[in-house]
Every structure is written in C-alpha cells, then in structure tokens.
Design a protein around this ligand. Structure first.
Ligand SMILES: C[S@@+](CC[C@H](N)C(=O)[O-])C[C@H]1O[C@@H](n2cnc3c(N)ncnc32)[C@H](O)[C@@H]1O
Length: 215
C-alpha cells in the first residue's frame, strides 16, 4: 500500500474530470485512485493520440504522483524512457514509489524543475505531454517556446486538459510556433490537442538580378 497524499494526481486541485477528490474510500492513493483516475481521464486516449509505442522517449510535464505516468511508462516499454518533471519534489518522491511498485522505476526518471523551465535536453524527445498542467504556467507561450527544441524532428507535443482551458492552450501553442495536427474530444469535459513544430515558411525567392546594360 502506498502512503496517502491529499490528492492523488495533483496536490493543487482534484485530478479528475468530475472535479472529485480521488479515492472516496479514504484508503489513500492506492488501486482505488488509479481506477478512478483511469475512468475519468481515459489515459489510453492520450497514449493513442500521441502515438506512443515501445522505444519512444517521452517527457511528462507536471507529472504529479504518476497516475498518468504509469500508463506512459507501460506504453513505451520495452526500450523507451520517460522523464517525469514537476516543481514539487514531494510528489515526485511519491511517483518514484509508484513506479518502483509497478516495476517501471528503470523507465521513469523524476526531475524537479523551476516553474518557468521545461528542464529537458535538446532534440531528445519523441513526445512532450502536458496533462492538466499548462494552466499553471505564468506564460504558456514562453514555456512552450523553451520546450520546442527538446523535440526530435517530427516529435509531438500533446496538451490535455479540461475544456475551459482549451482556447488559451491552443493559442499559446500556435504563438510558440506549433501547429495543431490532431485533436481528440472523446473524453467528457476534456480535450487532447496534438501539435508539431510548424515548418518555417519558405524564404521568398531572391529578386531578379539587375540586367547589365549593353556597353
Ligand atoms: C493537476 S496536477 C496534474 C498531474 C498529472 N499530469 C495528471 O494529469 O494527473 C499538476 C501538476 O503540475 C505541477 N506543476 C505546476 N506548475 C508546474 C510547472 N511550471 N512545471 C512543472 N510542473 C508543474 C504541480 O506541482 C502538479 O503536480
């Protein structure tokens, strides 16, 4: 049994779509919370939208206690890797305990980051996942601009959140140089938007060389 936390996925607010605190049994952050989370958040929809598969390298931003991270770790195993970031070291300790219990601690690296920094290496990641975290950023666009170089060529960014955050999230991603490539609206009250780095528009053709006059 894992030790109890006030909120299972996120200390700041309820993690599920229904706005309920997880684990109504009061038994703590155990199997009941995972089942409740899975029912409300439908992690498989996010996994499929991002095209996660064994061998992929994923950054799970604001991973919290790891209720979603565990699905990401399973999807990229064998051969893949997950960097799970959070500004809160205590939730990452809990995430580590969860990964150990599930046998994914060799797949997932927890990383404490400052609020304005993605903390990711350049050109390392097939996917960056922001699940119910972008609304915490002081400046979504600035954060996303810093994160973009961490994607490998063709890598994807997914923003998953409650529907009332959608407009601000999509606008910020586009302002940061991403283009929306697919969107899933299968989860009640939530959206999953998947982006790629937009190709820079081709440079305009050079002006014709001035014709040399005849002598
Ligand atoms: C609502 S929880 C979401 C947890 C998990 N991603 C999920 O979908 O259930 C938000 C988490 O984001 C973290 N967080 C907030 N601001 C952050 C930032 N700027 N960078 C990284 N993590 C952040 C919080 O500490 C918290 O653990």
């Amino acid at each position: 049994m894992l030790a109890a936390l006030p909120f299972a996925g996120c200390k700041g607010e309820p993690s599920n779509a229904a706005g309920k605190a997880p684990d109504p049994s009061g038994a703590g952050d155990g199997e009941g919370d995972q089942a409740l989370f899975d029912r409300d958040r439908q992690p498989q929809v996010i996994i499929e939208a991002l095209g996660l598969a064994p061998g992929k390298h994923v950054a799970d931003i604001g991973a919290g206690t790891g209720l979603l991270t565990i699905h990401v770790a399973r999807a990229v195993t064998p051969g893949g890797r997950v960097v799970a970031t959070d500004i809160d070291g205590a939730v990452l300790d809990y995430l580590h305990t969860r990964m150990m219990a599930a046998g994914y601690d060799h797949v997932v690296e927890g990383r404490v980051v400052p609020p304005t920094e993605p903390g990711l290496e350049p050109a390392e990641f097939d996917a960056i996942l922001l699940a119910q975290v972008d609304h915490y950023f002081d400046d979504r666009t600035a954060w996303l601009k810093k994160a973009a170089p961490a994607l490998k060529p063709g890598g994807r960014l997914a923003i998953a959140n409650r529907l009332h955050h959608r407009a601000a999230a999509v606008a910020a991603a586009e302002a940061a140089g991403f283009k929306l490539v697919t969107e899933v609206a299968d989860i009640p009250g939530q959206f999953v938007a998947v982006f790629e780095v937009a190709q820079p528009s081709p440079a305009p053709p050079p002006p014709p060389a001035p014709s040399k006059g005849s002598p």
